[in-house]
Design a protein around this ligand. Structure first.
Ligand SMILES: Nc1nc2c(ncn2[C@@H]2O[C@H](COP(=O)(O)OP(=O)(O)OP(=O)(O)O)[C@@H](O)[C@H]2O)c(=O)[nH]1
Ligand SMILES: [Mg+2]
Length: 327
């Protein structure tokens, strides 16, 4: 048999397995997507018509806010409600951490042995694929595999935060009381990517102040037809998690309501396409500049003040577009 035929058969087996909820096939598909291979793209292309059932939920916020603890607690509540759960944890700090380590961190021992939970962590650092590509891809695969709810955890570090917002249908922003007045330094723009605000670690002093600060920020944010609720949780002891799950469900129902469905769906897809395009363009920019002397020439010219950086950037953009059209 030709290698190409073997490959087609392998992909077919992975896709069929995945659609039947086979965990091994799902794991293999995610690995292919994570490595940004042609196989990965082909799998995503073929499974997309079978997605759209799951509720994808992004959990974002600063490092140590309690996102993983919250994800674990939410997963348990969803399981109690009879839902199967997929978890995608994007870990920007450690390219080596995998399910097991993450599992330890979020006291998920009870979940990792549960067939109704599929856990996968991926590293964003050092990976050529953008975070949104990986997270969106993994979430789509879990959706096609029949998981009811997909939780996507990511540390919100500027751009990443916005990216994960388009990977998920509902984004939960996790803040903490006090924390160097973290909430106060948040931008109103951040409010616009989140549909639910959570002040986690509400057992610590200053939770109500953090809620009040979030309310103020929210008042000047543009959030469309859905007004984001602000909740207090103590993820460590599961307090407030039921209510959080209720609000997440309410947002889902809002999105799926006849009145909002079309607009919400189109907005979500628009964000996804733009994010993915940005990631592709950025990769091409890096690839092209690495193999072309144009950038070096422009650097010399600008450094010598023979020309200005803006016209240099325009020229580089033109050279790159020219190259791409030759592909
Ligand atoms: N006091 C208190 N501590 C909490 C709460 N929730 C989580 N923690 C603790 O906060 C620390 C960080 O929790 P994680 O869930 O790992 O936080 P994270 O946001 O996932 O962290 P990174 O993924 O490393 O950014 C751990 O020591 C948790 O036990 C809470 O509600 N109250
Ligand atoms: Mg975490």
């Amino acid at each position: 048999m030709l290698q190409a035929e073997i490959n087609i058969l392998e992909l077919e087996a992975i896709i069929n397995g995945l659609r039947n909820g086979d965990r091994r096939s799902l794991a293999r598909a995610i690995t292919k997507v994570e490595s940004d291979s042609a196989d990965g793209r082909e799998i995503l292309r073929q499974i997309y018509p079978h997605t759209g059932r799951a509720h994808t939920i992004g959990i974002t916020g600063s490092a140590g806010a309690g996102k993983s603890t919250l994800v674990g607690a939410l997963a348990r509540v969803q399981r109690k409600r009879g839902k199967t759960v997929g978890i995608v944890a994007v870990d920007p700090s450690s390219p080596f951490s995998h399910g097991a380590i993450l599992g330890d961190r979020i006291r998920m021992q009870d979940l990792t042995s549960d067939d109704g939970v599929f856990l996968r962590s991926m590293a964003s650092r050092g990976n050529l694929g953008g975070l949104s590509e990986m997270a969106t891809g993994a979430a789509d695969l879990m959706d096609a595999a029949g998981l009811d709810v997909v939780l996507i955890e990511t540390v919100g570090a500027g751009q990443d935060e916005v990216e994960v917002a388009t990977a998920a249908q509902t984004t939960v922003l996790v803040a903490n009381p006090g924390a160097g007045d973290e909430v106060q330094s948040m931008k109103a723009g951040l409010m616009e990517i989140a549909q639910i605000m959570v002040v986690n670690k509400a057992d610590l002093v200053g939770a109500d102040t953090a809620v009040a600060q979030l309310k103020t920020l929210l008042a000047i944010a543009d959030h469309g037809s859905w007004i984001p609720p602000i909740l207090k949780t103590i993820a460590k002891t599961d307090e407030g998690i039921d209510m959080l799950a209720d609000e997440i469900q309410k947002h889902f129902d809002h999105m799926r309501s006849e009145e909002h469905f079309d607009v919400e769906r189109r907005n979500h897809v628009r964000g996804q396409i733009i994010d993915l395009t940005r990631a592709i363009l950025q990769r091409r920019l890096i690839a092209t500049t690495a193999n072309d002397s144009t950038l070096e020439t422009l650097i010399n010219q600008v450094a010598e003040r023979q020309r200005d950086p803006r016209s240099a950037a325009l020229e580089l953009a033109d050279v790159i577009s020219q190259k791409w059209s030759e592909y």
